[in-house]
Design a protein around this ligand. Structure first.
Ligand code: NAD
Length: 354
């Protein structure tokens, strides 16, 4: 075994079916009595209404204003209502956007959070917060934004449409793929990364055929946690850098961008991190990681081209320029020409050979 450093993330995980019913107990377990609740428009009449009902007159306020990439103006607006309600904790139910709002409020108030995720984005398992202000996305890492409790309820994911399930699952896998070749990688994170990729790769085709399959939903949600944990414990590289650039500067949809870029970056990095990419391939049950990820997305009807998700070809030069303007670590050296070629492959959806 090679030398390594590893700092586990603190936090309680409640995982199972019907766990939402335990939300009031979880608030109490934190020693809290007045939660401020957040959710999204999709859940407002269903699961969010149930949370409000379960928490009853303890609730200090409610918001459904979360938006993709956590805009600071939205956070500041909701923060005024948080101050007015004087809560002692935050409870959020929704995808990565709702989790993002909760984290942004936790950063500003120091309040403990309980997060109930409804997609596979994985943000609930990380001390990372991305925020946008005047069109610029910045990312920070702080223990203040790490949720104290995650409540995973498989029932909340049974109705997730196939498209969202697949792209969100690929978003999660991206965290694990980059964890396997992370500069600060360690055997514990790598073990979770392989398990997370395998669980999602096994589950997504079953979900695409039968969205309400509880066994596959359970595997996928576990995979989301495992992959999120990878993002939370080690540093990321080219894939996350490129997705950050494409999402932040060209307004591309988050999970879809990860889905299109991941196979191309996996193939690009296979030359310099062959063992890591072999582990990815093994977890996927294929020979080549990049080709396997591409085939998985394509077979499940997910996008495989940047063209299909709103990128214009004339912006590829600018994207390559931005993504290589500041140096960052990646197992394979990154230069503008190579990234421009990678983006061209992603734009046209060429199946990688590696
Ligand atoms: P999202 O939260 O914006 O959800 C996408 C859409 O799906 C929304 O309209 C939402 O209402 C709906 N939705 C959510 N759950 C659903 C369900 N179960 N069934 C049907 N519809 C549902 O998107 P996301 O992909 O979950 O998260 C993306 C955001 O998360 C981005 O802002 C990204 O930056 C952030 N993120 C952050 C981290 C981190 O560690 N900081 C990690 C991953 C993603």
């Amino acid at each position: 075994m090679e030398a390594f450093d590893y700092t586990p993330l603190q936090g309680r995980v409640v995982f199972g079916q019907g766990t939402l019913a335990r939300i009031a107990d979880e608030v109490q377990l934190l020693g809290c009595r007045r939660p401020f609740v957040m959710s999204d428009a999709h859940h407002v009449e269903g699961a969010a209404a149930r949370v409000l009902q379960l928490l009853g007159d303890q609730v200090a306020g409610f918001s459904t204003e979360a938006a993709m990439h956590t805009p600071v103006d939205v956070t500041e607006r909701v923060l005024e209502r948080v101050h007015a309600g004087a809560p002692d904790c935050l409870v959020s139910l929704g995808g990565g956007s709702t989790t993002g709002l909760s984290k942004a409020l936790a950063l500003r108030t120091g309040l403990p959070q309980i997060v109930i995720p409804t997609t596979y984005a994985g943000s609930e398992a990380t001390p990372i917060l991305g925020q946008t202000e005047q069109g610029r996305k910045t990312t920070l890492r702080s223990p203040r934004v790490l949720p104290r409790t995650i409540v995973y309820d498989i029932d909340l994911t049974l109705g997730m449409p196939v498209h969202l399930s697949v792209v969100s699952g690929m978003n999660a896998m991206a965290h694990a793929v980059e964890a396997l070749y992370a500069r600060d990688g360690n055997p514990i994170t790598s073990m979770l990364a392989e398990q997370g990729i395998a669980a999602l790769a096994r589950a997504l085709p079953v979900i695409a055929a039968d969205t309400r399959n509880a066994g596959a939903r359970s595997d996928a949600l576990f995979g989301a946690w495992a992959c999120g944990n990878c993002l939370g414990t080690v540093g990321m590289a080219l894939h996350h850098k490129l997705c950050h650039t494409l999402g932040g500067s060209f307004d591309l949809p988050h999970a879809e961008t990860h889905t299109v870029i991941l196979p191309q970056v996996a193939a690009f990095n296979a030359v310099s991190a062959p063992q890591a990419l072999q582990r990815v391939a093994r977890a996927l049950g294929v020979d080549k990681a990049g080709a396997g990820l591409f085939d998985l997305a394509e077979s499940l009807g997910a996008p495989t081209t940047l063209k299909a998700i709103g990128m214009s070809e004339s912006d590829l030069d600018k994207a390559a320029e931005i993504a290589t303007s500041a140096p960052y670590w990646n197992p394979r050296a990154v230069d503008k020409g190579a990234i421009r070629t990678l983006l061209d492959d992603a734009y046209h959806g060429r199946r990688p050979r590696n």
